[in-house]
Ligand binder design. Structure first.
Ligand code: PLP
Ligand code: COI
Length: 341
């Protein structure tokens, strides 16, 4: 199979139309068999549930080429389960978890030419999602849905790759207590658009959201969880019912403890503690691990000792181990690396 002729090393995090997508439709209480198609546009009724009441949720994972030429992805079963959780909270029909994983395999195989080569620095971003497709005008769940997966080759999420980011403490909330912060609902991201545009306008890379009830605890950013390294080398990461349970963060907790012998604390993190940490990073599928050099809090700057030039030394170790496992260079725990081709 011949790879597409792309400038892999210089890709940003953007959408590019690949050749194939996977589609399955839900009608009369059941999912159809699903198929790989070439059409990248969707035609829907003007009153479709997704347009009116934002009944939509999504997932994100990546496919990688390993050094020995296989195509793999990382813990797709956890994306399937998280999408099930999203669907249940949004009154959408669950796409069966084993079918989710099979559909990921099918669409990646069909688009093998779009999976960036090993060592190129790029990966294939896989975006499964579900939308309400039939007309709904009273506020209620739709009866018909589409589950779709498209793929697109991507480079780093943050411009500048591994350069430390500057984050600002947001005055907006991302999620309500007992709301939808713990699932991957499109509506959570709509809420974050104004704060992110405003952050960029003011020279910041992302927002740090605090817990909406007390504004004293660290939650997450618009698209990644936080990790912190203490001055005595512990791995600390916030626990909250209103943040997305990041698969990258859950994996890093294992890498830190089992591969690097670190003490791992998954607990409430007070914002007042942050200035005492040695390193800070954002973690997620798109973000991988992006180092944070500085946090701006209403005129006050918290500067981490790791500085604004490079990733902190412990963050770098975590990054190397995690990406080593994802790319098949380091043996990961059973079931983490899922071979597709
Ligand atoms: N938090 C939010 C709000 C996200 O959108 C994402 C991205 O999926 C993450 C965290 C990271 O999650 P994961 O590591 O599963 O990609
Ligand atoms: C991901 O990391 O997969 C995400 O969904 C984050 C994002 C691009 C919003």
């Amino acid at each position: 199979m011949e790879k597409k002729n792309l400038d892999w090393a210089n890709l940003g995090f953007g959408y590019m139309i690949a050749d194939y997508r996977y589609v399955s439709n839900y009608r009369d209480g059941r999912w159809d068999d699903g198929e790989i198609i070439t059409e990248s546009n969707i035609t829907l009724n003007e009153c479709a549930g997704v347009f009116q009441y934002s009944q939509s949720c999504f997932e994100g994972l990546k496919a990688y080429t390993t050094e020995d030429g296989h195509i793999v992805c990382f813990r797709p079963d956890l994306n399937a389960t998280r999408m099930k959780d999203s669907c249940e909270r949004l009154e959408m029909p669950v796409f069966p978890e084993e079918r989710f994983v099979k559909a990921v395999e099918e669409v990646v195989k069909a688009n093998a030419a779009w999976v960036p080569p090993f060592g190129s620095g790029a990966t294939l971003y896989i975006r499964p999602y579900m939308i309400a497709t039939n007309a709904v005008i009273g506020v209620k769940p739709a009866d018909e849905y589409q589950f779709r997966i498209f793929v697109t080759p991507v480079g780093p999420y943050f411009k500048g790759g591994a350069k430390p980011l500057t984050i600002r403490v947001s005055d907006f909330d991302r999620a309500a207590p007992h709301g939808t912060g713990h699932i991957k609902a499109g509506l959570n991201y709509a809420m974050s658009l104004h704060p992110i545009v405003d952050a960029h306008k003011n020279g910041f890379d992302e927002n740090m959201y605090l817990d909406p009830a007390t504004r004293t605890k660290v939650e997450e950013t618009g698209g990644a969880n936080f990790i912190f390294i203490t001055k005595d080398g512990k791995f600390v990461t916030p626990k909250s019912d209103s943040i997305l349970p990041s698969i990258t963060r859950r994996s890093l907790m294992v890498v830190a403890e089992k591969y690097l012998g670190m003490t791992v604390e998954n607990r409430e993190v007070l914002f007042s503690e942050v200035e005492g940490f040695a390193e800070c990073g954002l973690c997620g599928t798109a973000a991988v691990i992006s180092p944070v050099g500085k946090i701006y809090d209403h005129g006050r700057e918290i500067c981490f000792p790791s500085g604004m030039e490079e990733m902190g030394p412990v963050t770098k170790k975590l990054y190397d181990k995690l990406t080593g496992i994802q790319m098949g260079e380091i043996e990961g725990p059973d079931g983490w690396v899922h071979t597709i081709l």
